[in-house]
Write a protein that binds this ligand. Structure first.
Ligand SMILES: *Cc1c(COP(=O)(O)O)cnc(C)c1O
Length: 497
């Protein structure tokens, strides 16, 4: 393909993308193919001779589209949203254009410096404490700063490594030799709750530390009392607590852990305190949500995915650390084939030392496009509209009388079930097993309807329906549809009981 054909095809592709977005609401959001569908219709080998763009474009329609689940549909309510926006797509096009590998400042000074600037913008926008800023108000280098990771899972690994480094340094400061400190690594324990995202356990598996899953109560929040009890038991067994993850908006129910309490424990135990706000962190652009996040100003690191609910195409996971020393000490390795390390000044961060891989994409561009083209007011309006829709759905479900809310809709997630009295034929309420089956059926029927896609989860053995509102392109009419389909499907479930 030469540059002239690229010019023509590029415009066609942009048209195809625009058509796709215009028609999304008319397409079933969930793919209906069976596993292995593609293998059966694909050639066994890559083509020997070049094929035409037309042929590939045709295959997008016939072979790829049927196997797509449409996350951008306004009728997609599963997991958490994966926001897309036109400004972010355009920003990403420029990123593809440059296609840099931006591990050091000199690899492309604009890439490093834009990331530092927009991460400070974003940090201020969500009300983060000054400790997390890459550049202080006086223009000098901050001790901390923001960095764009691919995912919250990578952010977890990165901060856990930093936490381990901090703990090793502490042991050495207490007089242990490098070797003896190293031998203690296998006694390090990371603390999570039974509601912490699986990313925490995965990070622990990767770095090779022990984990302690702390039970939550009925409100599904990690409390400082439970954390303290877990730590005391482990210390009595000779283990070394080094890391704790509090969650601002859990994946199951958007519960918020006792973040000030966790900070208090982490400070007294010298543990690294990470706050995972992968989904709900985006809500902090609206000041009315900030009181819920009290405590994050005392954490060591904070992470949220701009690619979930903040209009920035995947991947863009925003991570801030209050002090980058341990992170950089743990991950900085020099080789002669790198450019000479620039003096780290406020404008020169070697982000290769802030992440797992060496290479990195120019992801700050799409975030910059989003922040500028929506403005803070546009992003706030986006969040507030989804929160309004979630509360509306919650109200309508309660008004129906057959549903009960299992966790209050604070953000865009509505968690509920058909209640026992709705499905029981006698005075006696249905047992948990029947109730769980009824609610599993409810979700199955809703999805079989074909117009929308949602999922259930389990809260300590209780099947709960989970409707995650937040698609960039979702409007009230999509939530109207959810309510209609839920009511119809509920009647079907009840009739069958
Ligand atoms: C979605 C989610 C994650 C994982 O996100 P990735 O970016 O896909 O790794 C982690 N924590 C919470 C609370 C989440 O909701």
């Amino acid at each position: 393909m030469d540059v002239n054909e690229f010019r023509r095809r590029g415009k066609e592709v942009v048209d195809a993308i625009a058509d796709y977005y215009e028609n999304l609401d008319n397409v079933p959001p969930l793919s209906a193919v069976s596993p292995g569908y593609l293998y059966k219709i694909m050639p066994n080998e890559a083509p020997e001779d070049p094929e035409s763009f037309e042929d590939i474009q045709a295959d997008i329609k016939t072979k790829i589209m049927p196997g797509m689940t449409h996350w951008q549909s306004g009728n997609f309510f599963a997991w958490f949203p994966s926001n897309s926006s036109f400004p972010a797509i355009l920003g990403d096009m420029y990123s593809s254009m440059f296609n840099i590998v931006g591990f050091n400042w000199i690899c492309s000074p604009a890439a490093t410096e834009l990331e530092t600037v927009v991460m400070d913008w974003l940090g201020k926008l969500v009300g983060l404490d000054k400790r997390y800023m890459g550049i202080k108000d006086d223009g000098t280098e901050g001790t901390g700063g923001g960095v764009i990771q691919g995912t919250a899972s990578e952010a977890h690994i990165v901060v856990m490594i930093a936490g381990r480094e901090k703990a090793l340094e502490r042991l050495k400061a207490q007089g242990l030799s490098e070797d003896d400190a190293d031998k203690m690594r296998y006694k390090f324990v990371a603390y999570f709750s039974d509601q912490t995202h699986s990313a925490g356990q995965k990070a622990a598996n990767i770095i090779g530390c022990k984990t302690h899953t702390v039970p939550t109560g009925d409100d599904l929040r990690l409390t400082k009392q439970a954390l303290r009890a877990a730590i005391a038991a482990d210390k009595a067994a000779g283990l070394i607590p080094f890391f704790v993850c509090g969650t601002f908006g859990t994946t199951n129910t958007t519960a918020i852990d006792d973040l000030p309490g966790i900070a208090e424990v982490a400070e007294s135990e010298h543990m690294w305190n990470h706050v995972d706000a992968a989904y709900a962190g985006a809500a902090l652009v609206c000041p009315e949500f900030r009181p819920l996040a009290a405590g994050i100003e005392r954490a060591d690191s904070f992470n949220f995915n701009a690619h979930k609910w903040m209009l920035t195409n995947f991947d863009c996971s925003a991570l801030w650390v209050a002090d980058s020393t341990h992170l950089v000490n743990a991950l900085s390795i020099h080789r002669e084939y790198f450019p000479p390390a620039e003096d780290s000044t406020s404008f020169v961060k070697n982000y290769r030392d802030w992440q797992l891989p060496l290479g990195r994409r120019f992801r700050a561009l799409k975030l910059w496009f989003v922040l500028r083209m929506y403005g803070a007011s546009g992003i706030r309006a986006h969040i507030r509209e989804h929160v309004r829709q979630a509360k509306w759905l919650e109200e309508k479900l309660l008004a129906d009388g057959r549903f009960e809310i299992l966790a209050p809709a604070v953000f865009g997630l509505v968690v509920f079930r058909l209640k026992a009295s709705a499905i029981s034929k006698s005075d006696k309420d249905a047992d948990l097993e029947s109730l769980n089956k009824a609610n599993t059926d409810l979700v199955t029927y809703c999805n079989e309807d074909g117009r929308l896609f949602m999922l259930s989860t389990q809260l300590k053995g209780v099947v709960a329906v989970r409707v995650a509102i937040g698609s960039s392109f979702g409007t009230q009419k999509n939530v109207d549809l959810v309510l209609d389909v839920l009511k119809e499907s509920a009647s079907k479930v009840i009739a069958e009981f």
